[in-house]
Design a binder for this molecule. Structure first.
Ligand SMILES: Nc1ncnc2c1ncn2[C@@H]1O[C@H](COP(=O)(O)OP(=O)(O)OP(=O)(O)O)[C@@H](O)[C@H]1O
Length: 268
């Protein structure tokens, strides 16, 4: 495990735990994304071992969502390669990646509001190949795991923002992912509900050996979820290392300044 903050342009290796020798689940090699004249990602390399948890940090426009899109298949890199679970998936579609074990949640949730909570999860289960009858009962496990058991037969339209985030998590889990990309999972969630949501994700990571990549504005919640972090700015890899090392860097502190509680938490 590399202990020091890594220099620009190196491959970021995200160790699971010190001394672990774990195969990489995801490898990005020299990924560049251009949208016309704008370079959203510049020569990003990343190696993510099975079971690790990485936080992506950076100011608005840094390229965090674009990196998620590259991993999930919504954006094709202009240059570079993406390898997942030993296979080159650079040209694979989003649905092929979903079937192969990559799931994501979105900053803005997208449930089927005309369906119930159970039916929303059933859609994900059947898309992953389960028969309708099996999906009806299997949905209970996923809905229960995210704490929505009492709402299982209610319309998704009736859910609060926090409950919708939980439903989205259940739908992502129903695809049985190896890698879960979480985009601002606490965004729009009422503050008292956040610790429970974070604890649910933490358990998933610990108990199911789920590999996580997390974009999260709140440093204290991010700290609870990830062990390593990577800081991007204007599409470039600026630094990466342990969460504590990255959070302590003045460039990161400048960006996330404004909530003293968050910085205290990062310091702790
Ligand atoms: N489809 C697109 N077409 C053109 N430009 C895009 C597209 N998607 C992203 N960009 C641009 O790429 C850059 C990186 O955007 P991205 O959304 O990845 O940043 P981000 O770090 O996720 O920002 P935020 O924290 O505001 O969500 C920005 O300048 C953005 O305007």
């Amino acid at each position: 495990m590399q202990r020091c903050v890594q220099p620009l342009q190196s491959t970021t290796r995200i160790a699971k735990r010190a001394g672990d020798d774990v195969a990489d689940l995801l490898n990005l090699s020299n990924v560049t994304v251009r949208f016309g004249g704008l370079t959203a990602l510049k020569d990003i390399s990343l190696a993510l071992p099975q079971g690790s948890a990485l936080g992506l940090l950076g100011p608005n426009g840094a390229g965090k969502t674009t990196l998620f899109n590259v991993i999930a298949g919504a954006v094709r890199p202009t240059e570079g390669r993406v390898v997942f679970d030993g296979r080159d998936i650079t040209a694979a579609s989003s649905s092929a990646r979903s079937g192969g074990g990559i799931a994501r949640t979105f900053q803005i949730t997208q449930p089927f509001t005309s369906l119930t909570v159970r039916e929303n999860v059933m859609v994900a289960l059947t898309a992953a190949g389960m028969a309708m009858r099996g999906a009806f009962s299997a949905a209970v496990e996923y809905v229960g795991f995210v704490g929505l058991r009492a709402k299982i037969d209610e319309s998704a339209a009736s859910l609060s923002t926090g409950q919708r985030k939980r439903l989205e998590l259940a739908r992502a889990l129903a695809t049985r992912p190896k890698l879960l990309l979480l985009d601002e999972v606490t965004g729009g969630v009422d503050r008292p509900s956040i610790p429970g949501l974070v604890e649910t994700i933490r358990q998933l990571h610990a108990e199911r050996d789920l590999t996580l990549v997390v974009v999260e504005h709140h440093m204290d919640f991010l700290k609870a979820l990830v062990d390593r972090a990577m800081f991007l700015d204007r599409g470039a890899h600026v630094l990466s290392g342990s969460f504590a090392e990255v959070a302590a860097d003045p460039r990161v502190r400048d960006i996330y300044l404004g909530d003293p509680l968050e910085l205290e938490a990062a310091d702790a």
